[in-house]
Design a protein around this ligand. Sequence first.
Ligand SMILES: Nc1nc2c(c(=O)[nH]1)N[C@H]1C(S)=C(S)[C@@H](COP(=O)(O)O)O[C@H]1N2
Ligand SMILES: [Mo]
Length: 401
Amino acid sequence: MKNGNRRRFLRTTALAGTGSLLLPLNATSVRFSGIEPNNQIPGKHPDMVLLNDRPWNAETPAHLLDEPVTSMDRLFVRNNGLIPAKVDSATWTLEVSGESVENPQTFSLEQLKTEFKHHTYQLVIECAGNGRSEFAPPARGNQWTTGAVGAPSWTGIRLKDILARVGVKPDAVYIGYYGKDRHLSGDPDKVPISRGVPIAKAMEEESLVAWGANGEDLPMMHGYPLRLVFGGWPASTSGKWLTRIVVRNQEHDGPKMTGHSYRVPCEPVAPGSKVRDEDMCIIQSMPVKSIISYPKSGAVIATSKVIDIRGHAWAGDYAVSRAEYSIDYGMSWSALKLEPAVNRLAWQHWSGRLKFSVPGYYEIWVRATDELGNRQPMVLPGWNPRGYLNNACHRIAVKVQ
Ligand SMILES: Nc1nc2c(c(=O)[nH]1)N[C@H]1C(S)=C(S)[C@@H](COP(=O)(O)O)O[C@H]1N2
Ligand SMILES: [Mo]
């Protein structure tokens, strides 16, 4: 898309749906009604909402997340750079090196697939900036509403098995990744993003080096042929187009690990504050959150008809222990049925039935509580300069007639 076209298109997208009849208090879920068919993102559901096409960034409307396991054509896309120009899986290699590796090695994709045990886990990935659109004063960056999250079923090998093969020195504290995507500037020496996780997270059972999702090869947009997946942590740790893993004897310091990137103030600050780099802390496990995937916001419901409501809840490294809904703006709450996760770090499905006996405008609010007792707030829980970690409740609007 040419730049002028793109700007015009993004403007149209942002306005699409504002004429909609029903706007809940945080109108994010009904503001977008989808993008025009000719602006389709390669390989993606036509109703994905495009936020940017250079780099590609697109989010998923809440009702498209209704499936228990997120289809890859519905998974949000977050790219910091440009998708690799050419990928040849036959010659793809993964280098494992760094100051805290005993015997650095380079593996072919074939070797990874044949020499290590395969594992499949459903894992939630959520961009740390999901919900950024509600920040006031606004935070720059993609204005995600509720759709920078998904939970596909990933297949690959355990990162800890690869690390055991190369040997990790006792002084290891962090791993970092490098991918084959290109910097937006086109400068081949510049790295668009290189993040990582502490060694303890890297060593978890569910921390994968994955080549598959939902039984197929990874789509190009999502890191084909190889990526990291760290469920429950900012999805920025799940490096795509993975070519190198480094084991570090210090906190990894690649691009977007330092400064204000993927960090929040260590102590709460007033909205709009300037915060010094040294007062910012790295985001680790993501906070408890939930989404209403059915009905679609804006639905028209018959008076006194019993309807189903359903969605998912997740809580970073932890399990969700409770989900509740309110149809009276939070004055009263009722329990929802909550299912256990299929495996650790997958999301959990919640469901319920309800009816409205008096016609009119209503909102359905849902909130989740994690096993530590942390519960989703109704409003933005703490402004931060880059607009991360908004886990306020999702609300949808319905009309009863
Ligand atoms: N190589 C590489 N890996 C990356 C990124 C990137 O730009 N390049 N973006 C990160 C960010 S910020 C997010 S939120 C997730 C998004 O993963 P997805 O596009 O598969 O949904 O990928 C992460 N991994
Ligand atoms: Mo992200």
